[in-house]
Design a protein around this ligand. Structure first.
Ligand code: SF4
Ligand code: SF4
Length: 154
């Protein structure tokens, strides 16, 4: 669910109204974003939440604990931290169509296909395990130390 517009406008057809028999009718509509045509709704198959960068030992331990679950990852994009949890939205049907398209949440409307996971990596750094998180934090700490030393020299 990262910066995607399937939720906004990409679906070629969706179910939103009942026909005379009371069955959900399949409505056609021209996708306003052709970039989403044929995509298996990748953006509806993970949950992304913006988080604060962990700073204290307790925050780091907590995030490491989340990363013990194989459905959870952490990624950083433009210096913003996120958790990403794999799982499918309950409103996505077997044809990868949103069944509540006309009343989908605001967050679903604000996604942006050029940035989405279908078109390449949607992150600058991906951390999948507690060890990767520790290594990343240790690496950025030593980078900061080196930068401070260099500044002091000049
Ligand atoms: S992942 Fe991207 S291309 Fe696929 S449906 Fe979502 S916005 Fe469209
Ligand atoms: S409500 Fe669910 S299925 Fe519909 S667009 Fe949002 S994430 Fe996708």
């Amino acid at each position: 669910m990262v910066h995607c517009l399937r939720k906004a406008s990409c679906v070629g057809q969706w179910y939103s109204a009942k026909d005379k028999t009371g069955e959900m009718a399949k409505k056609k509509h021209a996708p306003s974003n052709p970039a989403c045509q044929g995509c298996p709704a990748l953006c509806c198959k993970d949950l992304v939440v913006i988080i604060m960068k962990p700073r204290t030992r307790a925050e780091i331990e907590n995030l490491k604990w989340e990363l013990q679950f194989d459905t959870v990852s952490v990624f950083i994009r433009n210096n913003r931290w996120h958790t990403e949890t794999k799982g499918t939205c309950i409103y996505l049907d077997e044809n990868n169509m949103c069944t509540i398209y006309d009343r989908r949440p605001d967050r679903c409307r604000r996604h942006n296909p050029p940035d989405c996971e279908r078109f390449g990596e949607h992150y600058d750094v991906m951390l999948r395990t507690p060890e990767e998180l520790e290594a990343y934090l240790a690496g950025s700490k030593s980078k900061r130390k080196k930068t401070r030393k260099l500044r002091r020299k000049h």
